[in-house]
Design a protein around this ligand. Structure first.
Ligand SMILES: Cc1cc2nc3c(=O)[nH]c(=O)nc-3n(C[C@H](O)[C@H](O)[C@H](O)COP(=O)(O)O)c2cc1C
Length: 180
């Protein structure tokens, strides 16, 4: 069974990106497991030198043993969000273990924004990060959710049938890619 770890790059309770990840998980409960970056501290080499924080170690293990990684990334100032980049930075430490966590790991990025471009710039900004980590970035599909405030209902459920269909198609392609 193909197992994918999903991470939202927003800590906000009412996050559209976390809502999008939950919708993905509802579509593929057998393949997608949601993990969290909420307990990952700010990267500090002095902290690292005293030992890897438990939250980082746990997330590293979950990703290392998964067949793929799905990031659901907000866009901040036309680029990737610091909290999610901070988590990926921790996950890339120590550098000698990058191969266990990221090398040849299928990775895909989707995202939601109230704006008109739906995290297009953030998704592009992730490319050099995963290229540097040696991951297998999946570019077989694209999902940018714009106007997110009109796409999710009050309780954060995905209320837009067209987006649900596009999310399902994206996930189908990515799951297949991870299974290779
Ligand atoms: C510091 C900051 C910068 C932002 N920059 C952008 C941006 O460049 N493009 C965009 O579409 N939205 C931008 N936004 C709006 C976010 O897309 C919006 O807050 C979104 O709801 C964040 O994702 P979340 O709902 O998952 O928390 C920005 C928000 C913040 C707080």
């Amino acid at each position: 069974m193909t197992r994918i770890i999903g991470l939202s790059g927003s800590l906000r309770r009412g996050s559209y990106n976390t809502a999008l990840l939950r919708a993905a998980q509802e579509l593929h409960p057998q393949h997608l497991r949601i993990a969290s970056i909420a307990d990952i501290p700010l990267y500090d080499a002095d902290v690292e030198s005293k030992g890897m924080p438990a939250a980082v170690q746990s997330l590293k293990q979950q990703i290392a043993s998964a067949d793929g990684l799905l990031l659901v990334s907000p866009e901040y100032n036309s680029s990737l969000p610091g909290v999610l980049k901070n988590a990926v930075d921790w996950l890339s430490r120590p550098s000698g273990e990058i191969r266990n966590v990221f090398r040849d790991k299928p990775v895909a990025v989707i995202g939601a924004s109230p704006g008109g471009f739906g995290t297009l710039s953030a998704q592009a900004a992730w490319l050099p990060v995963f290229r540097g980590l040696g991951a297998r970035f999946w570019s077989g599909g694209r999902l940018v959710v714009s106007g997110a405030h009109n796409v999710f209902g009050q309780q954060g459920h995905l209320a837009d049938a067209d987006i649900r269909e596009r999310l399902a198609a994206f996930l189908e392609g990515f799951v297949e890619f991870c299974a290779d």
